[in-house]
Design a binder for this molecule. Structure first.
Ligand SMILES: [Zn+2]
Length: 82
C-alpha cells in the first residue's frame, strides 16, 4: 500500500494513533479503565480523548489484556451509531 494513501487514511479518519509507544497504527477503538468496578472497557473510538482512556489500533485491541483481577468488557461497534 502506498505511503501517500496511508497518510491520507490517518488524517481522514481520526487523526489519532494507537497509544502504545512503539506502535504507529491508526486507533480504531478506545480502552477505558473503570477503576470503581475494576473493568477495562473496550469500545468504539471515542469522539475525543478522555482521562483514563487509551486509543488502540485493531491489533492491540485484540491482544488486550487486563491487570489481574480486572474484567475486560468488549463492545462491538455493530449496531451502534456514533
Ligand atoms: Zn497499536
Amino acid at each position: 500500500m502506498a505511503p501517500a494513501y496511508r497518510r491520507r487514511m490517518l488524517r481522514g479518519m481520526s487523526g489519532r494513533g494507537c497509544s502504545k509507544v512503539a506502535c504507529g497504527e491508526t486507533a480504531v477503538s478506545t480502552l477505558t479503565y473503570v477503576y470503581a468496578d475494576s473493568m477495562a472497557v473496550l469500545g468504539p473510538l471515542s469522539a475525543r480523548p478522555e482521562p483514563h482512556s487509551y486509543d488502540l489500533c485493531s491489533r492491540h485491541s485484540q491482544s488486550l489484556s487486563a491487570p489481574q483481577g480486572w474484567q475486560v468488557v468488549r463492545y462491538s461497534a455493530l449496531g451502534e451509531v456514533g
